[in-house]
Design a protein. Structure first.
Ligand code: CP
Length: 324
């Protein structure tokens, strides 16, 4: 694997290797000095054309824990505002000696173009493109599910065969939903999407999942319920659902959460809009993995960077160096 563009590009073995490597990386976070020498001398640029809190900061944390040199680029305040293209921006950064580009872009397909155009030689990691894909989010979600539903140690080498995952909300605009459907299917899980009919994409019939409009019917059969934010920034104002009506039919409150099996978890990729798709009571409950997902994101991104870049060094071992 030279780039990570789409969750759909990962085989079951690729995905399990990333999850298992992330378990090793997670051990680094428990140490007094949270650092490995793996990417010493390598430079990674975080190229963000869209806003981000979790993804941008956790990639930076992952890169620093692997001892890479890190350059943070935000389109706001850059020469993009003067009309500079993606190609010229990327080539400018590569001229400064970049080994990998982590890119978030509003245009679906921008990371694919960067990886396949021949503009640059660096490895490309998709940190979210338009409504298309967010593969490291899907990986950290699968890692979080495996830890909670299978177990931290018991999960090594395992996939999510037979686990039932329900994804609820604005599927139409969600790169998280698309990536999760692809990856969870590859890992053997059964996925059901629940959304208002206006927020279900045309062509969903070709996706490897079920679709339902009745959240209350699906909840008792779910091992994990992933709530999604309504992405107003990608919608024409005329199509905004009213908050009250949306919450009543598709929001998760304590009464609805009680319909889930006792072992089942509530997930959210963030950012959450408390009171809309999830109540504060549910968001703060021990069944909700939202904070764990953020912590797991650092381990997953370390694993992806290690597997993409660590192996390129002649001296790199076949396993991450986790000695003190
Ligand atoms: N989940 C996620 O992508 O969050 P950010 O937009 O804050 O990175």
């Amino acid at each position: 694997m030279r780039h990570l563009i789409s969750a759909a590009d990962l085989t079951r073995d690729d995905a399990v290797l990333i999850l298992d490597t992330a378990e090793e990386m997670a051990r680094v976070a428990d140490r007094p000095i949270k650092k490995l020498p793996t990417l010493r001398g390598r430079t990674v640029v975080n190229l963000f054309f869209e806003d981000s809190t979790r993804t941008r900061i956790s990639f930076e944390a992952a890169e620093k824990r692997l001892s890479a040199d890190v350059i943070n680029f935000s389109a706001k305040g850059s020469s993009v505002s003067k009309g500079e293209s993606l190609k010229d921006t990327a080539q400018t950064l590569e001229a400064m000696g970049v080994d990998a580009v982590v890119i978030r872009h509003g245009a679906s397909g921008a990371p694919y173009t960067l990886a396949n155009s021949g503009w640059i030689d660096a490895a490309v990691i998709n940190a979210g493109d338009g409504t298309h894909q967010h593969p490291t989010q899907a990986l950290l979600d699968a890692f979080s599910m495996r830890r909670r539903l299978v177990g931290k140690d018991a999960g090594i080498g395992q996939d999510l065969t037979g686990r039932r995952v329900t994804i609820v909300g604005d599927i139409l605009h969600s790169r998280v939903a698309r990536s999760n459907v692809d990856l969870l299917h590859t890992l053997g899980a059964e996925v059901t999407l629940v959304a208002p009919p206006t927020l279900v994409p045309v062509g969903v019939g070709n996706w490897p999942c079920e679709v339902s409009y009745d959240l209350d019917r699906v909840l008792p059969k779910s091992d994990a319920v992933m709530m999604l934010r309504v992405q107003r920034e990608r919608m024409n104002a005329a199509f905004f659902p009213t908050e009250r009506e949306y919450s009543r039919r598709y929001g998760l409150d304590a009464e609805r959460m009680a319909k889930m099996p006792e072992h089942a978890v509530v997930m959210h990729p963030g950012p959450m809009v408390r009171g809309m798709e999830i109540t504060a009571e549910v968001a703060d409950s021990p069944r909700c993995t939202v904070v764990e997902q953020v912590a797991n994101g650092v381990s997953i991104r370390m694993a992806v960077l290690y597997l993409l870049l660590g192996g390129q060094e002649p001296a790199a071992a076949s396993h991450p160096r986790t000695e003190e």
